[in-house]
Design a binder for this molecule. Structure first.
Ligand SMILES: NC(=O)c1ccc[n+]([C@@H]2O[C@H](COP(=O)([O-])OP(=O)(O)OC[C@H]3O[C@@H](n4cnc5c(N)ncnc54)[C@H](O)[C@@H]3O)[C@@H](O)[C@H]2O)c1
Length: 295
């Protein structure tokens, strides 16, 4: 039995590679020029870099986040980079009515969405028994999970009006492996994986491509807004830049890839999390403890 499994592994690998090839072939011919690209959490970090990346391709950008002044600044840069048009909207993704208003606005202006990038998110840095308000865990789910799932729910009719449209959700490596000090964060990102994997199946008949990105550390200001009374800071100084992260996400979006594992470590974790859960769990535990410094 074991021998059959080991001997069959290369076959499984080749099969998977073949299916990926077919998938990319079907997703092909999606030219970003003039496409309506909606990005949540576009005021800073990965979202801002994604806005720059798509602006350079002459896209029509709809940028949303909560901080109006920052959004306006991102919009100016995008215009100078060649965006065909830029709309900014102050939207808190936890507020259903604000999402609805934006979707109506996009429908009136463009009557379609070609690419929806669900990037808005917040982080945390405390153990569950250090948290003095369970509201933190709820807030994680409200922003990271319900913010993205409600947005895609409301945007679906417009996504269906565009051939081969794209949905991209920015999860995290912590959406594949549980790590300490991040129960709520991991919970929200794991949940995104389940939701969007299922949604990808449902949408295949409409020729809509769903990409889930699982970045490891990225050098952004995400730590500035982490929840908690005295949260630990995850040292992301050795992470990739947000520009690099955006470029990887952009290429996977064009390919219509199902998921994105970022660096070699991420790919290793992906391959080993199923067969070697104790090893991956121990490794994640050690790494997080090393990276998290008490403020
Ligand atoms: N930085 C990392 O190391 C890292 C690693 C993996 C995944 N991620 C994920 O990448 C995404 C972007 O994070 P980032 O690192 O660029 O951090 P960031 O803090 O620079 O960006 C987060 C963005 O989300 C927006 N946002 C937060 N709450 C919101 C709300 N309620 N409504 C609307 N917008 C809201 C912020 O205003 C900001 O524009 C997040 O989903 C995060 O979980 C980050």
């Amino acid at each position: 039995m074991f021998f059959c499994f080991v001997a069959g592994l290369p076959l499984l690998y080749i099969n998977n590679f073949y299916l990926k090839f077919i998938h990319r072939k079907l997703a092909r011919n999606w030219n970003p020029v003039g496409k309506v690209v909606v990005i949540t959490g576009a005021s800073s970090g990965i979202g801002e870099s994604l806005a720059h990346q798509f602006a350079r391709c002459g896209c029509i950008l709809v940028l949303c986040a909560r901080r109006e002044a920052l959004l306006a600044a991102v919009s100016e840069v995008c215009k100078s980079y060649g965006a065909k048009d830029v709309i900014t909207a102050t939207v808190d993704v936890t507020k259903e009515s604000e999402i609805t208003t934006l979707i109506r606005k996009i429908e009136n202006e463009y009557n379609r969405i070609d690419c929806l990038i669900l990037n808005a998110g917040i982080s945390m840095g405390e153990r569950l028994d250090e948290i003095n308000d369970f509201g933190i865990i709820r807030q994680m789910m409200e922003v990271n999970y319900f913010g993205s799932t409600n947005f895609v729910y409301q945007a679906l009719p417009l996504l269906k009006r565009s051939p081969k449209s794209r949905i991209v959700v920015v999860s995290s490596a912590s959406g594949i492996v549980g790590v300490p000090f991040r129960t709520g964060y991991c919970g929200s990102k794991f949940a995104l994986r389940g939701f969007f994997t299922a949604l990808a199946c449902e949408l295949s008949e409409y020729d809509i491509y769903v990409t889930i990105a699982y970045p490891g550390p990225v050098k952004t200001k995400i730590n500035d807004a982490r929840l908690g009374t005295n949260p630990r800071e995850l040292d992301i100084s050795n992470g990739i830049t947000s520009e690099k992260c955006a470029q990887i996400i952009y290429e996977a979006t064009l390919n219509g890839d199902k998921d994105i594992m970022f660096e070699n470590l991420g790919r290793f974790v992906r391959l080993t999390e199923g067969p070697f859960p104790y090893l991956v769990g121990w490794f994640a535990d050690q790494t997080q403890k090393r990276l998290c410094e008490k403020k």
